[in-house]
Design a protein around this ligand. Structure first.
Ligand code: ADP
Length: 259
């Protein structure tokens, strides 16, 4: 199971507005790639294009290719629902189904895919996913309590458990810790480092320290001005981006001169 992603000449539109221009990048399997840059430069838009969530917005479209292991996710024969199963997503605000139990929240994606599973398989999957999301120990005695009974940090790990329960190959995370307290943030960062053993991870973060802590590669996006498209300025090993970036804009951004 490889999960290499190759993005080539990608333009991303909202109707006639070109939001992200001409991105090419390669993402290695089982690595963490962080996307940083000032607000509005298209990081979330780009992230959502990696599992065709972007198209959910009316009028939204892309040009170019996003290939996973050589297969273009935007190819005519590709089912976007299947893509989203393969490429999971975790959002900024934890969004468990509030009235559903913790266990049913974990199973929600699997049930949505109309997969029939036996009670014992379901119980196994709940345990495996919660162990995988570093939440099992905290909730194993209250799996039938509502998802909303958990703290914010636990809810976010529940959402990660829900995402991994459908066995995706890639996990996209859009500022997954920005709504959390520092302790919960560290728990999510530790979890990302563990998940890297099994998944290819792409994370948008406005927190540069977080990018430096969790990622192997960092891509810096920027925008020339309002109404202009966002662009990928450079992508490199995280240590290089934060010490000796090639572009002056990157240097200015990471040293806090703007953004
Ligand atoms: P970032 O994640 O870097 O803050 P976004 O991807 O959210 O940037 O936004 C990039 C550009 O796309 C912005 O100009 C934003 O206003 C625009 N945009 C984002 N979402 C939508 C949408 N649903 N419809 C139209 N324009 C959008």
């Amino acid at each position: 199971m490889a999960q290499r992603i190759d993005v080539k000449d990608l333009n991303i539109y909202y109707g006639s507005f070109l939001a992200v221009s001409d991105v090419s990048m390669s993402i290695e399997p089982r690595s963490v790639t962080a996307l940083i840059g000032p607000s509005g430069c298209g990081k979330s838009t780009f992230l959502r294009s990696l599992n065709r969530m972007h198209e959910v917005i009316p009028g939204a479209r892309v040009e170019g290719t996003v290939a996973m292991d050589g297969i273009d996710l935007y190819g005519p024969a590709v089912d976007p629902v299947a893509v989203r199963r393969q490429v999971g997503m975790v959002f900024q605000r934890p969004n468990p189904f509030p009235t559903m139990s913790i266990a049913e929240n974990v199973l929600a994606g699997v049930r949505l895919n109309n997969k029939k599973i036996s009670k014992s398989d379901a119980a196994d999957l709940v345990e495996r996913s919660l162990v995988g999301a570093n939440l099992w120990k905290e909730v194993k005695d209250r799996l039938d309590r509502p998802g909303s009974s958990l703290s914010g940090g636990q809810q976010q790990r529940l959402c990660i458990a829900r995402a991994i329960a459908v066995t995706p190959q890639v996990l996209l995370m859009d500022e997954p810790a920005s709504a959390l307290d520092p302790i919960s943030t560290l728990a999510i960062e530790d979890l990302i480092s563990e998940l890297k053993a099994s998944y290819t991870i792409v994370i948008v973060t406005h927190n540069m320290q977080q990018a430096a802590r969790v990622s192997d590669r960092t891509g810096f996006f920027n925008i020339e001005g309002a109404g202009k498209p966002g662009r990928l300025v450079e992508i490199d090993d995280t240590a290089t981006i934060f010490s000796t970036p090639r572009q002056q804009q990157t240097e200015d951004y990471i040293s806090g001169r703007f953004g």
